[in-house]
Design a protein around this ligand. Structure first.
Ligand SMILES: Cc1cc2nc3c(=O)[nH]c(=O)nc-3n(C[C@H](O)[C@H](O)[C@H](O)COP(=O)(O)OP(=O)(O)OC[C@H]3O[C@@H](n4cnc5c(N)ncnc54)[C@H](O)[C@@H]3O)c2cc1C
Length: 397
């Protein structure tokens, strides 16, 4: 694994990323929000410079960078376009889950083509269990040596757009609720139906419902062993998803702050010849927002570095789930506070259709995305007082 610290911000890898972020992703952001189009151009541009394969080992054609680099890329993308940032996180997370739990045949077929633009995502949440996304009512069936998937997934980023879905469901004949198996599902499989995404924000995200009706999955596309799903949730899906997700919301907060700072410096009340930035009240608001943004940066870097250290030592990354969840909660709150401050600072101007109200709408998704901030605080509070999390309820009614 190549450490991100090898590449200073001025190095060519980060230069290439910054150019794509500025010249492609940033330029497309307003259109994507207006039309709700899936940001395929952005993903293609990230594939061309290799950043879509950030954690994939060189052996499978990836950049083989570390989680620090992944968090940094997620922040930079989120800063200009939250829709693309979230798609990026789900994609890198899905690929990393295959990298950690897949076999060589799966890596050859699903990781190697990533550099050519293959897009993956997670499909876990179900309508029946809502925000308890780790808890599925769907259950895989058997079809000889293969499997049949029947599941109603309530939200799946890149729904109907992804080339493959890393899908979580109960094992065939599951002995209890935590008996879970993961599958890699080809996006072109018969029986997949994706419904449209029409939401307040992250409008290019295509996080709509998706159903799998009698989707046949070959045994070779079962990810890990039957019943290994709990392990995969703790040590594969969650750590990489949570660091990326928090980093995107940090980026959104930063983007809102930068945008409104430019506005506050540039807009002048001609009656007093004073810019907004010359009012102490506005500077106070900007100062408070800046402190919140800065509070997240070292934390993101530290957690990403800890994930790298655990991976290097071949230790389970799931031991960081609670700190990563705390980071997600704070990042979601900061994005919402800073985006709201940006509207306050920019008055009626910011309320009009444009970048500032887009950040405000996009940030709202942070609160609901799993683990929702309510659920997350419940986890954190339980651990704080020494109670078990009891994620898989085993009781009766
Ligand atoms: C933009 C976006 C992208 C998404 N992308 C994906 C994806 O790629 N893959 C995927 O699988 N899922 C995805 N999701 C789903 C997400 O992770 C959550 O599962 C989903 O948002 C939960 O919504 P719900 O309405 O079903 O929640 P509900 O469970 O109905 O929650 C309703 C309210 O109750 C609260 N609540 C629920 N349970 C508890 C509890 N135990 N304790 C305290 N409060 C509780 C919640 O915080 C919320 O305020 C996405 C969601 C969004 C909004």
């Amino acid at each position: 694994m190549v450490a991100a610290t090898t590449f200073s911000t001025g190095s060519s890898l980060y230069d290439a990323l910054d150019q794509v972020v500025e010249r492609v992703i940033g330029v497309n952001a307003a259109d994507i929000d207006r039309t709700g189009d899936y940001p395929r151009h952005n993903l293609r541009a990230l594939a061309e410079i290799g950043w879509n394969s950030v954690l994939i080992p060189a052996q499978w054609g990836g950049l083989e960078l570390d989680h620090v680099a992944f968090a940094e890329a997620s922040r930079r993308i989120g800063r200009v376009c939250a829709s693309t940032g979230l798609i990026y996180v789900m994609h890198v997370g899905a690929a990393q889950t295959i990298n950690l739990f897949g076999n060589d045949d799966q890596k050859e077929r699903w990781l190697k083509p990533t550099r050519n633009g293959l897009i993956g995502t997670y499909s876990t949440s179900e309508r029946a269990t809502g925000g308890h996304w780790w808890y599925n009512l769907s259950e895989a069936g058997r079809a000889g040596d293969d499997y049949l998937i029947n599941a109603e997934k309530s939200f799946t980023t890149s729904s109907g757009q992804a080339d493959y879905y890393v899908l979580q469901t109960r094992s065939p004949g599951a002995k209890d609720q935590s008996d879970i198996t993961f599958f890699i599902i080809d996006g072109k499989s018969e029986g997949i139906k994706s419904r449209p995404w029409d939401a307040l924000g992250v409008r290019g995200n295509h996080s709509g419902p998706i159903s799998y009706e009698n989707v046949r999955v070959a045994r070779r596309d079962r990810l890990g062993a039957e019943g290994q799903g709990k392990d995969i949730i703790y040590h594969g899906v969650s750590p990489v998803y949570l660091i990326g997700l928090g980093a995107v919301w940090l980026g959104v907060a930063e983007g809102a702050l930068d945008t409104v700072t430019r506005y506050a410096k540039g807009f002048v009340h001609r009656d007093f010849n004073k810019s907004l930035a010359e009012y102490q009240v506005i500077r106070q608001e900007l100062g408070a927002a800046k402190v919140l943004v800065e509070s997240l940066k070292p934390w993101a870097r530290q957690l990403a570095g800890q994930l790298d250290a655990l991976q290097a030592a071949d230790k389970p990354q799931g031991e960081l789930i609670v700190p990563l969840t705390e980071f997600k909660v704070h990042a979601a709150e900061v994005a919402n506070k800073v985006a709201a401050s940006a509207l306050n600072i920019s008055g009626g101007y910011g309320y009009r259709r444009g970048d500032l109200e887009r950040y405000y709408r996009d940030a709202r998704a942070a609160i609901a995305m799993g683990p929702s901030n309510n659920i997350a605080r419940e986890w954190i509070g339980k651990v704080q007082v020494g109670l078990p999390l009891e994620l898989w309820y085993q009781g009766g009614e």
